[in-house]
Design a protein around this ligand. Structure first.
Ligand code: ATP
Ligand code: MG
Length: 224
């Protein structure tokens, strides 16, 4: 569908800019071709070194994640990469969960569907790692959850070596705890006491694991 799309074509198929580029963030375009709408995350408008080092790396990583996730319900269809600098995915009609609790309360069934979705991408060997940020979860116009922004995701294969496999398990747990965090904003009365306790629990060992995880995440983020 979007095969053969070039960066110079983007203004021609453009339906609107969702977000302009900033120093460290790409432009987000909505484009349309033959009636199909897509979202394009595009680093071509960022500064030379940033776009060619960070931008290319992030697009490569996110594309790798989208390829692994093909066919998972709740993940946008991957349409491709343009010139190494822009990622094209299916547009999910709906809106993000950012500040949504001020307008409406999502039912607990939404978060149950989110658990199914998270379990599905964990089975594919991917941890999202940035699910606590509400803008990365969308409420589709079909009422179902969709997860975007796979640039920070980690795959099991990158952390298979013990003891790093434990860190990967920790990233998966973080994804699950992110659901609790979001659910607490919408339907706290439906979050079980056990899950609430797990969400708030910090043992000595856990604090250590969190410190290692945070350091590792910092290093990985610096590397990108
Ligand atoms: N496939 C999609 N369908 C609909 N909207 C999308 C899609 N992908 C991204 N968006 C919208 O664009 C926003 C930014 O996308 P994304 O999080 O991937 O970019 P980002 O540069 O990583 O942003 P941030 O730094 O804020 O996390 C999302 O919060 C969402 O509102
Ligand atoms: Mg995001």
């Amino acid at each position: 569908m979007f095969n053969g799309l070039k960066l110079s074509d983007l203004p021609l198929v453009n339906c609107g800019v969702l977000r302009k580029a900033s120093n460290t963030r790409p432009t987000i375009w909505i484009v349309e071709k033959n009636g199909v709408r897509a979202v394009v995350k595009d680093f071509s408008g960022n500064r030379f070194l940033f776009r060619n080092i960070v931008g290319r790396f992030l697009i490569w990583r996110e594309a790798k994640a989208y390829r692994k996730l093909r066919g998972v319900r709740g993940v946008a269809e991957f349409f491709g990469v343009v010139d190494g600098l822009a990622l094209v995915v299916e547009e999910i009609p709906g809106r993000s969960l950012e500040n949504l609790e001020k307008e409406m309360q999502l039912p607990h069934t939404f978060f149950e569907s989110m658990e199914t979705l998270v379990a599905a991408f964990h089975r594919r060997g991917l941890a999202h790692c940035d699910l606590k940020r509400a803008p990365n979860t969308l409420l589709g116009s079909d009422g179902m959850p969709y997860v975007v922004d796979w640039a920070a995701s980690i795959s099991r294969g990158e952390l298979w070596l013990p003891p790093f496999n434990l860190v990967f398990r920790r990233f998966m747990l973080d994804d699950e705890m992110a659901i609790v965090k979001l659910a607490l904003r919408h339907c706290p009365e439906r979050v079980s006491a056990e899950r609430k306790a797990r969400y708030h629990y910090r043992s000595w060992g856990e604090k250590k694991v969190r410190a290692i995880r945070d350091r590792l995440r910092e290093l990985l983020q610096k590397a990108v």
